[in-house]
Ligand binder design. Structure first.
Ligand SMILES: [Zn+2]
Length: 301
């Protein structure tokens, strides 16, 4: 059973918006690409774990802070006897393993995911200790991409390759022990300790003035929405969305990028690229927010 689901991080959502609204510097483009690829891999892993039938609690995408150290866990599966701990990697192509290091085929060394796994497991164990929980942790790095090959892999490494994932999860399904309230309490505690927003984001500098204005399509994220009656229609993919919903998505996007700025009809009108009259923008804001102040001082909370 999925106890905590995965959502796109604030950092990824910010990149999705900025990637359309400005020209990203090359290094940020690469970072965005790797965030997206990592997220896609994790979502792919979820499509496997969500099929588990046995009694277990699946917690995806957790971020904890312990002794001023922040660490992230891609997925946990709590079963009666053990907590499975997963680091998911969406590497693609041919790699090789040598003296505890990982290289691409062109001999470029990349971070060994085992280092990250060991750090995460050690911090997670400390977290469990602080909660007075003494359960066995079973850590693995999951290579989720079917087009990934790792040559010279030693047999004793906790790696799960795409060809082994089904068997691994099947093994979990065969353990039929019942969960107790202790397990459910632990899952609830972990979710309550989860920090929703990572303090470490690598976002390029941007200003309101410097960003392209307009509304992004819900489906394809292109910035070519046109207003037709009560709907917004995407010029790229043809997706149709109610005007109110499209405006509220744009407000949400604005708030993510400019958390300190007050929402007013004027600023959202401009943010949406002037596609809608101020009156329509105002109507949407009034329906969804509490109005504070009068006339030109009006803003929405
Ligand atoms: Zn579209």
């Amino acid at each position: 059973m999925i106890y905590k689901s995965r959502t796109e991080s604030a950092e990824l959502l910010m990149f999705k918006s900025l990637g359309v609204r400005m020209e990203l510097p090359e290094k940020d483009k690469l970072h965005y690409l790797s965030l997206q690829k990592g997220y896609d891999g994790e979502v792919m892993f979820d499509t496997f774990t969500e099929k588990l039938q046995s009694e277990c609690l699946i917690l995806n995408d957790l971020l904890f802070k312990i002794n001023n150290t922040v660490f992230q866990i891609d997925s946990l599966i709590i079963t009666a006897a053990v907590i499975h701990f997963y680091e998911v990697k969406n590497f693609e192509g041919d790699f090789y393993y040598e003296s505890d290091r990982l290289y691409t085929k062109s001999k470029t060394e990349i971070n060994n995911p085992l280092t990250q796994l060991n750090r995460g497991v050690s911090l997670f164990r400390q977290l469990l200790q602080s909660l007075g929980i003494n359960m066995k942790i079973d850590p693995s790095v999951v290579f989720i991409n079917p087009a990934f090959t790792l040559y010279q892999t030693p047999l004793d490494k906790p790696f799960i390759f795409p060809t082994q994932l089904y068997r691994h999860l099947n093994g979990i399904d065969k353990t039929s022990a019942k969960l107790s309230t202790k397990h459910k309490q632990l899952a609830a505690q972990l979710v309550s300790l989860h920090c929703a927003d990572s303090p470490y984001k690598q976002i390029p500098a941007y200003t309101f003035e410097g960003l392209r204005k307009g509304m992004l399509c819900f489906k394809c994220a292109s910035i070519s929405l046109a207003v037709v009656g009560h709907n917004c229609v995407c010029g790229e993919c043809g997706y149709v969305e109610k005007v109110g919903e499209a405006v509220m998505r744009s407000v949400k996007e604005f708030r993510l990028l400019f958390p300190g700025v007050r929402i007013s009809t004027r600023i959202i009108h401009e943010w949406c690229g002037g596609l809608l009259s101020r009156k329509r923008i105002k109507n949407v804001l009034e329906k969804n927010f509490k109005r504070v102040g009068v006339r030109q001082w009006t803003f929405f909370e």
